[in-house]
Design a protein around this ligand. Structure first.
Ligand code: NAD
Ligand code: WQD
Length: 338
């Protein structure tokens, strides 16, 4: 009886796999390694003394995926696999549709064929588009996505809703993540972006490790506490535990459910930088630049539904995440490419 984790060697996937293994789940990973490294499996073993079964398979390859479904007795799927770079998606929108939406269609087809009932899907706060208020609840309108990546998440959410309508036995948890940061306490696994990071925390840690000169803060004239953008930064360990909570929820056969996974607390760019400096006793040089296209002033979650219905809430704060991100980066200055 296995949990199939697609994208399980990636950033959020690897932390979730560790949590699953530590809680006695039998795990099989499918990943094509387009944005992760095999070394992750060694690190997972170092943390858990367990090795998940691993298939280097592309989720858009229906035949290869069918072979995995034949070999494994899958009860539940956690579908992390996907491309996630906003900038790249603007350049290659068809690739994002093909990879993200295409792989999800194949997964649903195989779920139906092999009678797998439970699916947890990695969605994103990006589906809310440009919010006209915060905090965001799951009932707030979705749409108006500002980039093709976000549109793929929304398209997949609609596919899942249609599937759940047509397959009353299916149980699907759509998890809308806010801004994941942090790393495992061991410093053995963490976020390992290719090239110059787009996201704030990996950029900050690469400045701290002197791979980059200074941080560019994109705009300080937003109507926020200090003019810089406000986001809901959630520790990746909390996100991981959110997936275990979702699996437990699915065992109650709820049909399709949607949860925000965040902390419910907004933190500005400057607040995050100062928290990092304080937690790690490091100065982060920064320059204020223009606003970045497509950014919103404030975005954070109402997380009461996840607590009410799944008994889950985030336990780590931004300082914990700053300490753990630095622990990972300082011990792995070149990520998994040591
Ligand atoms: P990641 O890139 O570290 O992990 C994704 C994994 O999927 C990688 O290991 C990659 O090799 C694999 N993959 C991609 N396409 C594949 C395919 N066709 N077949 C097999 N494997 C494939 O990203 P992450 O940050 O861990 O994100 C995981 C999921 O969460 C993604 O779906 C992402 O869109 C979503 N998400 C991420 C964030 C974030 O900020 N990190 C926020 C919201 C949602
Ligand atoms: C956070 C804040 C920036 C970098 C993105 C995706 C979203 C989701 C999470 C997947 C903003 C500021 C950033 C820098 C900065 N991913 N910033 N200098 O944009 O909230 O969300 O990742 O689903 O879809 O859009 O995250 O980390 O890029 O930015 O000043 O070098 O940090 O302007 O205010 P974002 P981020």
């Amino acid at each position: 009886m296995a949990i199939l984790v697609t994208g399980g060697t990636g950033y959020i996937g690897s932390h979730t796999v560790v949590d699953l293994l530590n809680n006695g789940y039998d795990v099989a990973i499918v990943d094509n390694l387009c944005n992760s490294k095999l070394e992750v499996l060694n690190r997972i073993y170092k943390i858990t003394s367990k090795t998940p079964r691993f298939y280097q398979v592309d989720c858009t390859n229906e035949e290869a995926m069918r072979e995995v479904f034949k070999k494994e007795k899958i009860t539940d799927i956690i579908h992390f696999a996907g491309l996630k770079s906003v900038g790249e998606s603007v350049k290659y929108p068809e690739l994002y549709q093909f990879n993200n939406v295409g792989s999800s269609k194949i997964l649903l087809k195989l779920m139906n064929e092999f009678d797998v009932k439970n699916l947890v899907f990695s969605s994103s706060a990006t589906v809310y588009g440009i919010p006209d208020h915060v905090p965001l609840t799951e009932d707030d309108p979705v749409g108006g996505c500002t980039n093709p990546y976000g549109q793929t998440k929304l398209d997949i959410e609609f596919l899942l809703k249609d599937y759940a309508e047509q397959h009353k036995e299916a149980n699907i948890a759509i998890l809308r993540y806010f801004n994941p940061i942090g790393a495992h306490k061991s410093g053995l696994i963490g976020e390992d972006p290719q090239g110059i990071p787009n996201n704030l925390m990996p950029y900050v840690t690469q400045v701290a490790v002197h791979k980059l000169n200074h941080l560019n803060i994109w705009g300080d004239d937003y109507p926020t506490i200090d003019g810089t953008g406000v986001r809901d930064y959630i520790h990746v360990l909390d996100l991981a535990s959110g997936h275990l909570a979702a699996l437990r929820k699915l065992s109650e056969k709820p049909g399709l459910v949607i949860y925000n996974l965040g902390t419910g607390k907004g933190t500005s760019v400057l607040e995050l930088v100062h928290a990092f400096e304080k937690a790690n006793n490091i100065t982060i040089p920064y320059v204020i630049g223009p606003r970045r296209d497509g950014d919103v002033a404030e975005n954070y979650a109402d997380v009461s539904k996840a607590e009410r219905e799944m008994g889950w809430k985030a336990i780590f704060n931004v300082e914990d995440a700053c300490r753990d991100s630095w622990n990972w980066q300082s011990h792995n200055p070149c990520g998994y490419d040591e």
